[in-house]
Design a protein around this ligand. Structure first.
Ligand SMILES: Cc1cc2nc3c(=O)[nH]c(=O)nc-3n(C[C@H](O)[C@H](O)[C@H](O)COP(=O)(O)OP(=O)(O)OC[C@H]3O[C@@H](n4cnc5c(N)ncnc54)[C@H](O)[C@@H]3O)c2cc1C
Length: 414
């Protein structure tokens, strides 16, 4: 998410303008979680906020599909930091639990290996030790060391640095000594290898970075903090589906006097003297704002919404050269019967791990084999399907669109 401040210093401006007699106007482009959260924060500081969403409903990647009595969350389903949502409610003087129920999910994930064995990954220390002992008895002590390392990284990487924008080299230089001490120069996979030997356990401890789009063989071990984050806060599911969180955030914004307008495509962020002045919509209408926040993907924001003369740093060339994460192929389906033996979150691993991830991230090649994430939300909330039925989605990480995969042709056979 990026923003073009009305003056060069966005954050301090937000407070200063908000104290003027007329509430200052903010436009947020996009109603994904990032845009909705930004809108709530601006609203809490006294800005009058308009969120403009090009789709017909809010949520972005957390859009909700409904068909034949089934409810399918399009994207996010695993909530690992509930306090970040609770904070948004408390900024509005409200309590999240009054609007949305987050229910703990256990096990967090059932991981099924290609050899037919499985591992129940949970937040229960005893149960986890027993699972590790069952899978790889010699690795129990190493697993404990890995978890300690994860906790140390969490304390620095999440609690201390989680809010620091690494915009400049000096920001990075300041954090470097701590990150070096925590072996942040290692990859996620390399840190797991330092502590455990079993190949399956190495997968169990490293696939989490894929949840945030990071290849465990290339991403800094800072992302190992996810193991402790999950242990500390649990894995939750929003009853009614992730869409209920989206609806809750929209109601917060409306309660602040803000608006969330759908079917509104922003064609350009208008700017003058290096500062945003508002937006021009695809239908030609222009809207003034004192600040514009873009929740659209940053590459698309700079390339498509900001004229080249207003972006010296983010040139088309630089955007083209940037490295992008994987894509996800997601298939939503409902069943006429229920599958109570299928956990809420299942990771079904194929025969290859490193090889498959190399195909996806480096070779950008759509492989014949795959590893899948299977979501059965009706395991926790049966109301998401008609009685006696289950709702599912199955997700496969695939190379991103620069791979040239023609999904119009490939989707059905895949
Ligand atoms: C299948 C899938 C599963 C996932 N699972 C999880 C999970 O379990 N847990 C988790 O934490 N994360 C998960 N993620 C990641 C998570 O969904 C995203 O990180 C998050 O939703 C992104 O939110 P965002 O606000 O940054 O962007 P987005 O949700 O992409 O929102 C951007 C919005 O901007 C709108 N927009 C773009 N351009 C314009 C324009 N010109 N005019 C108007 N509107 C515009 C888009 O329509 C969109 O609504 C998953 C992602 C996917 C795809």
């Amino acid at each position: 998410m990026g923003h073009l401040p009305a003056t060069p210093s966005g954050a301090s401006t937000a407070g200063a303008v908000a104290s003027a007699s007329h509430p200052p106007e903010a436009i947020v482009i996009g109603s994904g979680f990032g845009g909705l959260a930004a809108a709530v924060r601006l609203g809490a500081r006294g800005w009058r906020v308009t969120v403009l969403e090009k789709l017909d409903a809010p949520g972005g990647r957390a859009y909700v599909h409904r068909q034949d009595g089934f409810t399918f969350d399009a994207g996010p389903t695993v909530i690992t930091a509930p306090f970040l949502f609770e904070e948004l409610w408390s900024l509005c003087g409200r309590t999240m639990a009054d609007d949305v129920e987050l229910r703990p999910v256990s096990p967090f994930y059932r991981i099924r290996f290609d050899d037919g064995t499985s591992f129940d990954y949970s937040g229960d220390a005893e149960a986890m030790r027993a699972e590790v002992a069952r899978l790889a008895p010699d690795d129990v002590a190493g697993y404990e060391r890995f978890l300690k390392a994860s906790e140390a990284i969490y304390k620095v990487g999440f609690e201390e640095l989680g809010h620091v924008p690494f915009d400049t080299w000096t920001d990075m230089a300041r954090a470097l000594p701590q990150l070096m001490r925590l072996e942040g120069y290692r990859t996620v996979y390399s840190l797991a290898c330092k502590h455990v030997r079993d190949a399956r356990l190495r997968v169990v401890l490293t696939f989490q970075s894929l949840l945030v789009g990071g290849n465990p063989f290339a991403t800094t071990s800072v992302y190992c903090l996810i193991a402790f984050l999950e242990r500390r806060w649990g894995v939750h599911f929003a009853m009614g589906g992730t869409g209920s969180l989206v609806n809750g955030l929209v109601s917060l914004i409306e309660g602040q006097g803000g608006r969330v307008l759908c079917n509104q495509t922003v064609a350009e962020i208008t700017a003058k003297n290096g500062a945003a002045t508002g937006v021009r919509l695809a239908n030609g209408e222009t809207l003034h704002a004192d600040i514009v926040v873009s929740n659209a993907d940053s590459a698309s924001t700079y390339r498509n919404l900001v004229a080249p003369e207003h972006r010296k740093r983010w040139t088309d060339r630089r955007i083209e050269k940037a490295r992008y994460s994987m894509s996800l192929f997601v298939w939503y389906f409902g069943t006429r019967r229920q599958y109570p033996d299928v956990a809420h979150h299942t990771i079904a691993l194929g025969p290859r791990y490193r090889g498959l991830l190399t195909d996806i991230f480096e070779r950008k090649h759509l492989a014949e084999d795959f590893s899948l994430y299977l979501h059965r939300p009706t395991a926790t909330d049966p109301s998401l399907a008609p009685p006696g039925c289950d709702a599912f989605y199955v997700l496969s990480p695939v190379p991103h669109l620069q791979s040239g995969t023609d999904w119009a042709l490939q989707a059905e056979p895949y």
